[in-house]
Design a protein around this ligand. Structure first.
Ligand code: ATP
Length: 908
């Protein structure tokens, strides 16, 4: 193979050189001639003349000589030379120009010489080439031979070679594949290269940019450096100046310090001298202090002895101080006793806590003292109002429990069992906690019980404890005073469900005055002495500023009435505090009801309820002022309504005498009226009954006549005495009562039943049941007197009772202010009817009244007997429930007062 390729190579080389020899010169010549066409050769030189003049013969001599000089013929190709010659000749033939110009002939000669020369050269070259070809042919022949021998002798080798060729082919394909891959790689690399190049380009751009920036920065820095350099140089100059200055100053300072040093030296000498002398003095002082110390220790001992004596004395003082507290406590007790003797109204102040949701509010209560001192301040107007101090008998803070409040009230309440009249009333603005204190927020929980429930419970328990020595009868009444004008019309509603309504100040605001009265009659089992006590527990309606409560319509009317009755209460208090001769009790029903407690010698306690809220500040202040005034009222020492048998008999005698006189008066009155008015003008004579104030009114105030009631509400002698004073009134009323028949039958029946309950209780409701019902009725616009008549109150007896306030029986409207509906009368503990002459002469009305229907339990209360016919028993805590039973009132026109007595045997 190698040999073969070698042959090929040499063969090719020889052929090339041969072609070069054959063609090279020829083509070279031709190229040279062609080049002459373009360059400075003859053809080229001649052509412009030809184109210009159309004939070579016109060639100027200068051009031809120029051609000659240039020697351009040598470099012109043979072919060109021939064409030039032939053209020249053709031209001269065309022109039939026999004479060829000299110049052209010389050119032609030259051209021909050149052509001859070349031809000879060419032929020489051809000969040489032929020789060369021959020698080469020989060599090729020998090589062919050698190759033929090789080819024949190497078939096996051929196979091997074929195999190798096959392998090589495979390898070739592999190589081709690899090549492909490599090509792909190459493409990738190229792409990479392109990318790199673009990167390089961008980098180059960046570099250029950076370079540019750098150069700019450099320029700036250089400028800055220049500037800084200038500055530094300036500074250096300045510093140099400073340096020179400071070196000057240093010099000066050195001089100065030198002089100072010298002066200090001198001073040091002086001080040394001084210290030496001081040291001497100090030594002397030391000796002196030693001696003083000794003296002090002596004095200390003396002081210690004296301190010991002081300690002893202080101990004594501490003991004295402790005793002082006891004494102070005793003083307080004594003060209270003096107050009791004076009969001052006790005032307990209670502050309610903030209600849930009010926790963030500011309080007006600044200080709550242990001994009843209270300081209030309006924090929303600091500086304007100063602190205000009030002092009361007791002060209960917001955290005080119902039990604690009652504990301080208990002694007063228990005195009812000893025959005292006691009145406890709660006063305060709406929502201040009056009902909370008097009734409690939740009557089902004993812990929440207010004073009312606790008082009843306590009285029942004590009375039971004492049952061996005293037989107690306890009665409970409840009265509501709603709007003064509507008092009786609404009592039936109020009795059951106390009127409540929402105002802006209290969600459930009591819109009426509620009075719970507990009557106690105790008979001493040894002496038979009878004592009577009466406890009024009054929950007043809230005092409020109409504008603040935002009340309108009915609420406004209520508020105005409430405020009216409360201001009437204030007037009464004020008159009492002033010890005025006239006390305006009659200005409101409330003060009339409370007259016995405010004006009589009763024990009276007022709870002043406060709302600590800042917004209630003005109400709080006015409430406290009112309370202060109340605490100054002296009612006189309370007296017990306790009478012995002798007194009782005397009273009875007086009462019977009164009764006789009353009869006489009645007769006289009747005769008079018959005489003066004839037929029916009696009515005008009766006008003073309701129109004018009665002297009886004043007589009835206070417990001055406790025995009157005791001697028997039904005693004829008492009736007589009573009627003596008011005989004309009585007779008028009596006759008037007879003429009024407007009340409907239902009312009458109801009243008959109630009358039976009162007077004939023994018949329908056995006394041992301990349950009695007192009913009073009023038909506002109709005829109260008829009610009186029906109830048996139209006689002197009832008249007497109506006017009697002092013995604990509530009486209202006996001397009216013109409203004819203000009659509330009920009798507690009526004395058993005694056979008397009066009775035979004038049969008691109730006797005429038919027995009530047997079915009396419509109200859900067994009137005397339970469903099985047994006598029911009542525990204290259901008493009020009974009172509140809604079915008790069937007719809204009726005001019902329910009385429940304990069984005599003391069982609940
Ligand atoms: N000592 C107290 N502790 C906790 N809550 C109290 C206390 N006193 C009063 N409250 C609450 O304050 C609210 C108002 O009290 P209450 O109804 O007794 O006021 P009031 O003076 O009777 O109002 P009104 O005159 O409008 O009837 C009630 O929600 C009551 O539970």
């Amino acid at each position: 193979m190698e040999l073969q390729s070698e042959v090929h190579v040499s063969e090719n080389r020889d052929l090339d050189s041969l072609n070069g020899v054959i063609n090279g010169d020829v083509s070279g010549r031709i190229e040279t001639v062609n080049g002459l066409d373009e360059g400075n050769n003859v053809a080229h030189v001649l052509q412009p003349n030809q184109s210009k003049h159309g004939h070579y013969g016109d060639l100027p001599a200068s051009k031809i000589s120029e051609l000659m000089k240039l020697g351009g013929l040598e470099s012109t190709s043979t072919h060109s030379l021939f064409s030039v010659v032939s053209r020249i000749l053709d031209e001269s033939i065309e022109k039939k120009d026999e004479d060829i110009p000299q110049r052209v002939a010389s050119v032609l000669k030259l051209v021909l010489q050149e052509i001859e020369q070349r031809v000879s050269i060419h032929s020489e070259n051809m000969r040489k080439q032929n020789n060369l070809y021959k020698s080469r042919e020989d060599r090729f022949q020998s090589k062919i031979k050698a190759l033929e021998t090789l080819a024949t002798g190497t078939t096996e080798e051929n196979e091997v070679v074929m195999n190798q060729l096959q392998l090589m082919k495979i390898e070739k394909t592999n190589i081709e594949e690899r090549k492909k891959l490599e090509e792909q790689d190459l493409i990738k690399l190229r792409q990479e290269k392109n990318r790199c190049e673009s990167q390089i380009l961008s980098l180059k751009e960046e570099l250029a940019l950076t370079k540019k920036n750098y150069e700019e920065n450099l320029l700036q820095l250089e400028a800055k450096a220049e500037e800084t350099k200038d500055n530094l140089q300036k500074k250096i100059l300045e510093l140099e100046c400073l340096l020179t200055d400071s070196s000057n100053k240093l010099k000066e300072l050195e001089d100065f310090s030198e002089s100072k040093f010298l002066s200090w030296r001198r001073k040091e000498h002086g001080y040394r001298h001084c210290i030496d002398s001081q040291f001497g003095t100090l030594q002397e002082l030391r000796f002196a202090s030693e001696s003083i110390k000794q003296e002090i220790s002596k004095i200390k001992n003396i002081y210690a002895e004296e301190f010991y004596h002081f300690g002893e004395n202080i101990k004594g003082l501490i003991d004295a101080a402790q005793n002082y507290h006891h004494v102070f406590e005793e003083n307080r007790k004594l003060y209270n006793e003096v107050q009791d003797l004076k009969g001052n109204i006790r005032v307990y102040c209670r502050i309610r806590p903030f209600l849930p949701g009010q926790s963030e509010k500011q309080t007006t209560i600044q200080y709550i003292g242990e001994n009843g001192e209270l300081v209030v301040l309006n924090p929303s107007k600091p500086g304007k109002e100063t602190h205000r101090l009030f002092k009361f008998n007791k002060l209960f803070g917001p955290a005080t429990t119902q039990e604690a409040v009652f504990r301080d009230t208990q002694p007063l309440i228990r005195s009812v069992l000893d025959g005292y009249n006691v009145c406890i009333f709660a006063y305060g603005q709406t929502g201040s906690g009056k009902t909370y204190t008097m009734t409690g927020p939740n009557v089902t929980s004993v812990v929440d019980w207010g004073v009312n429930y606790r008082a009843l419970n306590d009285l029942f328990i004590i009375s039971q404890k004492r049952h061996g020595s005293v037989a107690y009868e306890i009665g409970v009444q409840m009265v509501e005073i709603y709007n003064e004008q509507d008092v009786l019309e609404l009592m039936n509603i109020g009795l059951m469900n106390r009127a409540v309504g929402a105002t802006a100040l209290n969600e459930r605001s009591s819109r009426s005055h509620s009075i719970l009265t507990v009557h106690v009659r105790g008979t001493d089992l040894e002496t038979n002495a009878v004592l009577r006590g009466c406890l009024h527990l009054v929950d007043l309606a809230g005092s409020e500023r109409v504008d603040r409560s935002e009340a309108t319509g009915d609420r406004l009317r209520e508020a105005q009435h409430i405020n009216k009755s409360l201001s009437a209460l204030g007037d009464v208090i004020f008159a009492l505090a002033q010890k005025s001769l006239h006390v305006p009790y009659r200005n409101s029903k409330l003060t009339q009801v409370l007259q016995s407690s405010l004006g009589g010698q009763a024990k009276t306690l007022m709870f002043v309820q406060l709302n600590p809220d800042v917004e209630s500040y003005s109400e709080t202040i006015s409430t406290l002022k009112f309370a202060e005034r109340v605490s100054g009222v002296e009612l006189g020492a309370a007296r017990s309504n306790k009478e012995g048998r002798g007194v009782r008999e005397l009273m009875e005698q007086v009462a019977s005498l009164k009764n006789v006189i009353a009869k006489k008066d009645e007769e006289i009155g009747r005769l008079r009226s018959v005489k003066t008015n004839g037929n029916g003008e009696r009515r005008s004579a009766s006008s003073p009954r309701y129109g004018s104030p009665s002297p009886r009114r004043h007589r009835s105030i206070g417990p001055a006549r406790p025995s009157e009631r005791l001697s028997g509400g039904k005693s004829s002698s008492e009736k007589a005495a009573s009627d003596l004073e008011n005989s004309s009134e009585y007779s008028d009323k009596h006759s008037e009562a007879g003429s009024q028949q407007s009340m409907d039958e239902h009312h009458k029946e109801f009243f008959r039943q109630s009358r039976l309950a009162v007077v004939g209780g023994g018949e329908n409701f056995p006394e041992e049941t301990g349950i009695k019902f007192d009913l009073a009725a009023a038909d506002g616009g109709k005829n109260p007197n008829e009610d009186f008549e029906l109830l048996g109150f139209g006689d002197a007896d009832s008249e007497e009772r109506l006017s009697d306030i002092s013995d604990g029986v509530l009486s209202m409207g006996t001397e009216t202010d013109g409203s004819n509906n203000s009659i509330v009368e009920y009798t507690l503990f009526p004395e058993p009817a005694k056979p008397s002459t009066e009775v035979t002469e004038k049969p008691n009305v109730p006797i005429k009244i038919p027995r009530p229907p047997k079915k009396q339990d419509q109200a859900g209360v067994h009137w005397g007997r339970d469903m099985k016919g047994n006598h029911p028993t009542y525990s204290p805590n259901i008493l009020l429930t009974i009172i509140r039973a809604p079915q008790v009132l069937k007719n809204p026109q009726l005001a019902v007062l329910l009385q429940v007595n304990l069984p005599k045997d003391g069982s609940k």
